[in-house]
Design a protein around this ligand. Sequence first.
Ligand SMILES: [Zn+2]
Length: 539
Amino acid sequence: MPTTVFAASEIITLNTSLPRCTHVAVRDGRILGYGGPEIVAEFGATLDDRFATKVIIPGFVEGHGHAADGIVWRNPYVGFYPRIGPDGQKAGGFKSISEVVAHLKAAAENLPDPTTPLTAWGFDPIYFDGRRMTAADLDAISTTRLIVIGHASGHIMNVNTPVLAACGFSRDSNLDGLLRDTQGNLTGELLGPAVMGRAARASGGAALMREMDAAAYRTYGEMARRVGVTTSTDLANTGSPATVEALVAATAEPNFPLRIVPAMQQRAFSLPDGIARITELKRLNTDRLHFGIVKITADGSIQGFTGRLRWPGYHNGAPNGLWYVAPAELESIVAAYHEAGIQLHIHTNGDEASEVTTEMIGRALAKHPRQDHRHTLQHCQMADAATFRRMASFGMCVNLFANHIYYWGEQHRAITMGPTRALRLDACATALEAGVPLAIHSDTPVTPVDPLFTMWCAVNRLTPTGRVLGEGERISPAQALRAVTLGPAYTLKLDHLIGSIDVGKFADFAVLDSNPLAVAPEAIKDIGVHATVLGGRVF
Ligand SMILES: [Zn+2]
């Protein structure tokens, strides 16, 4: 078997036996050894020195991403912050609702015919001084074409009057999640999956709610690879036959540059069907595809005022958010999957959702003790020290949404959480102090996948105004690096295969222009990703 040794100026292994070295040996797609130049001869290897001036680290693991990032870009992006699309071009950066509407008007003119629905994504009115988008804003684009605008969080949509009509939503509708003005009229803002799902179906799929195809997985693979990610979750996979077929086909292609860990979305299934389906999906697993975990969504988004909060609620007085699953039902879902031996990844945003869900896992464990379950709270953005200590006592993990500190930190401080509670937004230091295994994430496409940026957020906690939000919650670059490699690998129960440079693990590396543990902490986000290596193959 041919053996290759990659040389680098420095290799950070995240492996206590030898934390730093300069050479790593690869055979059969796995790591054979590591050390100094002597290992070339010791393993009878061929030296590959193309990275001799670079820094090799374990490939990044995106522990909460959505492969839908590979499909949303087929529709216009209407976000406040500009971002780079799969074509490498900058998009978005709209600073008012009228700028968004003008952009959509132009986009509508490019659609093939007047009946093609217009869908867009990445919108968030929280940046616009209290002004929300209404159906009238979108009716100004068209009163006949169906128009659906997904919010950045993925938890809210704005639609025009034709969509309200197509869904049968009216002033008299008796449904949760239909936002109303002071007169009780529908504003066209839809909150939560029940009403959003109807609008998505009426308009043939919108933004995050579209069915994936193989090309979308390929696009996502390429977007993740560019930023050094070698394993990514797809954290709300529908588990539908079409999606699964596309995923199996894409990940089987020799040039597919990414390992994918889909989390099957529980919502689509009854309890027995869901447990049967995830068991069946695991049989499809390969080196690049790892089914096994299940995703449950407990509440909504804080910046959309649909996250469930404890006292004193929303700083601006907005009513408490939405339980996506009523707590009694959530408890029976958690208990059933737990009893079946399945690992859960549960979205909780508000502190009430995190606390209540943690106690449910505690009760499930009391009934059915289970070692090493690693149930993980995803986002868990407002949990306090007491909740983290409970999580630690139950053996739970956390994946915090560090990118939020930059993208919404100022809004949480001024509008949703107020100046004090916002300090504990994505409290990485408190989680580590409590002993909860930690990962941090982008939730792409909610914010762009880029683990070096995510590290930068957790280390510096800077908002766009230059404010440090919660100085005490900053973590070290070494802790942050672990939280984008071995940390998420642990939450996925894949730490025996990925996340560090150790003998027998997959030879998955990110090749960087500089050492993220040596540069100034503010410069971590600017480090270039030179290449990735997946199973020993250079991409
Ligand atoms: Zn998500």
